[in-house]
Write a protein that binds this ligand. Structure first.
Ligand SMILES: O=C([O-])CC(=O)C(=O)O
Ligand SMILES: [Mg+2]
Length: 637
């Protein structure tokens, strides 16, 4: 062998230089290309090591706090770093739960910190959070020190930072109470107020500065086996508008993915939150010296489309065909285009358009048990003709069309939408955005919601405009005039943007309304009867939908899968729920509900031939349940 044909690796070993580019293989699933890389190609030097001692207690994936046994403490060099008691996970959860509800959150934080890592300074963390009092705190009676001292959102954030399994166990065991804390509405407030407090990375930031390097950026994320990505560009965060990159620790994608794990059983390490930063048009943020995002106006047109295209290609190249990408809180003008463009090449869905649609359709099916009749017997009026409004409207029309065999163009005629310019009617057609055009029916112009209610006489009123307090007393009273049981869905988030509160809906209809909202409301007593409002939030759907797509190895999302998800949810509404006026099952059973949704979705994926995990398991419900991540501690050797 001629020495000139040898190359010397940095480690000193020599290899044959026989056209390495063509002959060196990395093996199947060498996704990162490290093994097949030639010597002149750059690779990411990832290492895997066993955590022990002090660093084990600081590793949230493996930390068990006081649950480490003495055998484990000796084997992993942590004896003495923890106080002498050994506490089971169940006891840890019980302890936190009891403290959580009977004392104050500030105290909880300190206890959690003790559980998780004794060297951590609680005061430091707590001091980072400015005073705030949240609607959640009010809903749950968590006043006092919690309100003055820190935001409840800080509680789970701190918790995941210390002990992931304890956090998920706590969340699963107390889902109804904690959902509003990790998720809507508190997450919205956290995004608005705490954008400048950057903690450790909880997801990836991809800005215009990363153009041309997005694949490299993805490789910087420590986990490789990614199954679900939630991505936002921050332009329409809930009903709060353009918050740019102001998503502290990426509130929205992180919050959604926490629910993928807690409610849908998707492994936390396979979830990747991503915030895309193309600038912001929010003047306040642009003028804020502490703003953490790009200080420029939003990129649009080709510049925006090119960045998104690079992102979508890099995701597919890095994680393959089966990674699910959930678009979240994009503005209308991008959301529909992105969904149409990538729906045929990637496994994508838009939670605000499709997730919300599936959950509302399920609620309507539940409501029919109370109201009687079929979907086709009802008339729907929406305030808001954006992603949620048109998405829900389309899915209702599709389901009606399936039920009645009438073409969807016909069934759409039972559905009317009002936007900021009034009722959408045919005379406005030329000036309407494309996604609104199918809803421009024949009718004289009507400018206000109240007049539209009087003219259309809907049986169902749905608010999706992101603007609060728009279902006024007059509007709700008008609904109650010609409906024995008016169905009122105030879907805008967070609580401040609700079209009307639960109390208003019941009061203004003398307790006759069937009411559900996007953000949670506490039960209301009216005339001696307790009314329990439902929460029509996409959190019911996306975790189960995602699980169904992942377990079947789906490669595309089809409308029929959304209908299957919706049916899966509707099927979980019991007779007792209906008797209480509830159109959704309680969140307490959400893991079971998610498994049913996942099984229904997976069945549809197999039926449509879009599944890549073969053969199809016989019992999909059992299979879905068996695939769900449970956060119980594992024993270490
Ligand atoms: O996050 C939520 O609670 C529901 C949702 O997607 C939105 O309002 O944009
Ligand atoms: Mg959303």
């Amino acid at each position: 062998m001629d020495s000139t044909t040898k190359k010397v690796r940095p480690g000193g070993a020599s290899v044959l230089d026989l056209d390495l580019k063509a002959t060196v293989g990395g093996g199947v699933e060498d996704a990162y290309g490290e093994d097949r890389a030639t010597e002149d190609q750059l690779v990411t030097p990832w290492t895997v090591s066993v955590a022990s001692g002090y660093s084990l207690l600081r590793d949230p994936h493996h930390n068990k706090g006081l649950a480490f046994t003495f055998k484990e403490r000796d084997a992993h060099y942590i004896r003495g770093l923890l106080p002498p008691v050994v506490m089971s996970q169940e006891l840890q959860v019980r302890h936190i739960s009891s403290v959580f509800w009977s004392f104050s959150l500030s105290l909880v934080i300190i206890i959690l910190l003790n559980f998780s890592n004794l060297t951590y300074s609680g005061e430091e963390t707590v001091a980072q959070y400015p005073p705030v009092s949240t609607p959640t705190a009010e809903v749950h009676g968590l006043d006092g020190p919690c309100g003055d001292f820190l935001t409840p959102h800080c509680f789970p954030v701190v918790e995941t930072e210390r002990n992931e399994r304890l956090f998920y166990k706590l969340l699963i065991n107390n889902v109804e109470e904690l959902l509003p804390v990790v998720y809507t509405p508190t997450v919205g407030e956290a995004c608005q107020k705490y954008g400048s407090i950057f903690q450790r990375p909880q997801g990836l930031y991809i800005s215009l500065k990363e153009k041309g390097k997005i694949l490299e950026v993805l490789k910087n994320w420590p986990e490789r086996s990614i199954q679900v990505i939630v991505v936002t560009d921050g332009e329409r965060i809930l009903g709060l508008g353009d918050l740019g990159c102001q998503v502290n620790g990426m509130g929205i994608p992180v919050g959604k993915l926490a629910l993928y794990t807690a409610l849908g059983g998707v492994r936390p390490s396979s979830c990747l939150p991503i915030t895309i930063d193309v600038g912001t048009n929010n003047e306040k943020l642009l003028n804020d010296e502490f703003y953490i995002g790009l200080k420029q106006r939003r990129a649009t047109g080709k510049e925006y489309a090119d960045l998104l295209e690079e992102f979508m290609s890099a995701v597919k190249q890095n994680y393959g065909e089966k990674v699910l990408i959930q678009f979240e809180d994009f503005a209308n003008h991008n959301a529909f285009d992105l969904l149409a463009k990538y729906g045929t090449t990637h496994l994508v869905f838009n939670d605000d358009i499709q997730g919300t649609a599936a959950v509302v359709l399920a609620g309507l099916v539940g409501a029919l048990k109370l109201l009687g009749g079929t979907l086709g017997d009802h008339k729907f009026l929406f305030l808001g003709a954006g992603e949620a409004g048109t998405g829900i409207a389309e899915l209702i029309a599709l389901e009606m069309s399936k039920q009645t065999k009438a073409p969807v163009e016909e069934t759409r005629k039972n559905i009317w939408l009002v936007d900021s310019k009034g009722l959408i009617v045919s005379s406005r057609k030329d000036s309407l955005q494309p996604f609104k055009k199918p809803w421009a029916h024949e009718h004289p112009p009507v400018t206000t919601l109240l007049d539209a209610v009087k003219a259309i006489k809907p049986t169902v009123l749905i608010g999706t405009s992101g603007v609060g307090s728009t279902f006024t007393k007059e509007v709700v009273e008008a609904m109650a005039e010609f409906n024995e049981k008016p169905l009122i869905l105030a879907l805008s988030n967070p609580t401040s943007q609700s079209e009307c509160t639960a109390e208003e809906a019941y009061k203004w209809t003398q307790g006759r309304a069937i009411y559900a909202s996007g953000s949670p409301f506490a039960p209301v007593e009216y005339n001696g009867k307790v009314h329990v409002p439902g929460q029509a939030n996409n959190a019911y759907i996306f975790p189960g939908l995602g699980l169904g797509l992942v377990i079947s190895g789906a490669i595309r999302v089809h409308d029929d899968m959304l209908l299957a998800a919706s049916e899966g949810l509707a099927g979980q509404v019991t007779k007792e729920n209906c008797e209480q006026g509830l159109i959704y099952p309680p969140f307490t059973n959400i893991r079971k509900i998610s498994a049913h949704i996942a099984a229904n979705v997976a069945a549809k994926v197999y039926e449509l031939g879009l599944a890549s995990r073969l053969p199809r398991p016989e019992n999909l419900l059992k299979h879905a349940e068996s695939c769900m991540y449970t956060p119980n501690y594992r024993t270490y050797r």
